[in-house]
Ligand binder design. Structure first.
Ligand code: HEC
Length: 150
């Protein structure tokens, strides 16, 4: 929802200038940007594992990407604090906290399995684990990400 995001940024600027200190809205916008950067990191490390499975990077790099991936998944648990509505996050993240946290746990588990598979060096295991990880992205987006701009 880009228009409302830039509206937020504009409001944050006005309020921030008015008070001479970072506003609540600015802080909220930073939380949204932070969690979006976690998502971008997910995408990047997914590509990294793919590269390691092909010819673009040594197979051993899959371990580095998988560990970073799992770290990002741990961070996800606290990336949607109360009062940080915005971006493409839907209200159900806060109204259905248990359901959302189930999705967070799913990606934490799937990426932990990916680390194990990457450490084993078994290409088939890595590819199966990657498939499972990818499934957790879609499962969460389907329910908790605003589809309007997909
Ligand atoms: C637990 C829920 C959840 C999981 C799991 C999840 N996402 Fe997301 N993702 C979201 C939500 C919610 C947003 C919208 C965030 C916002 O705009 O504030 C989002 C946004 C994104 C974005 C857009 C970021 C931007 O710059 O605006 C990308 C890319 C993305 N996710 C990729 C992934 C990938 C790849 C995975 C799996 C490896 C994944 N996500 C797993 C919930 C999830």
């Amino acid at each position: 929802m880009k228009p409302s995001r830039s509206l937020f940024a504009g409001l944050a600027l006005v309020v921030g200038v008015g008070l001479g200190a970072p506003s609540v809205l600015e802080a909220q916008e930073e939380v949204v940007e932070y969690r979006q950067s976690l998502m971008q990191a997910f995408r990047m490390h997914m590509g990294g594992v793919g590269a390691a499975m092909g010819d673009a990077a040594p197979m051993g790099h899959a371990v580095h990407h998988a560990r970073a991936f799992n770290g990002m998944a741990q961070a996800l648990a606290n990336a949607f604090p109360t009062g940080s509505e915005g971006g493409r996050a839907v209200a159900a993240i806060w109204s259905d906290r248990d359901g959302f946290m189930d999705r967070v746990t799913a990606i934490q588990t799937a990426t932990a399995d990916l680390v194990e598979a990457a450490e084993s060096g078994n290409a088939e295991a890595v590819s199966a684990a990657m498939q499972a990880v990818r499934g957790t992205c879609g499962a969460c987006h389907q329910t908790y990400r605003d589809p309007a701009s997909q």
